[in-house]
Design a protein around this ligand. Sequence first.
Ligand code: 523
Length: 140
Amino acid sequence: MADQLVVAAVLVDDLSAPTRALAARRTRPESLAGRWELPGGKVEPGEDPVAALRRELREELEVDLEVGAELEAPGSLPGWPLTAGLVMRVWWCAVASGEAHAGEAHDALAWVDAASINDLAWLTPDLPVVDAIVARLAPA
Ligand code: 523
């Protein structure tokens, strides 16, 4: 069976010169509660991945996105591997309208810079993505 695609946003303060990215702390399931993630979720059958990204961020954080370039996974991988059977694609994004608010899926949000991003307890599969982000954030 093909991998289930998950999409996530690196929501930054400024797409052309990012210094801060938004981390979100999960409320569920219990095994992931309290861990930080790049916000996103599963692509539904037949759904365009970027449309899914817009839908997830609207549902979870009440923001409309400006979607920038994809954060390419290393090598020839089609995306960032999560757990078995799940692969994640990630896009640089900015807020086009709205202000990010934690809804039911999250209980805290944090805008983190290169110096503080690794202070958070990230979901393990997000760690390689965080490394790639840090490498591209300008000092705040
Ligand atoms: N991850 C993950 N990192 C990350 C996201 C957005 C998701 O490791 N940045 C994992 C966590 C879950 C799976 O991908 O095991 C699906 O993400 P989830 O639960 O946020 O997707 P939803 O909200 O679409 O899931 P359902 O409510 O179950 O449909």
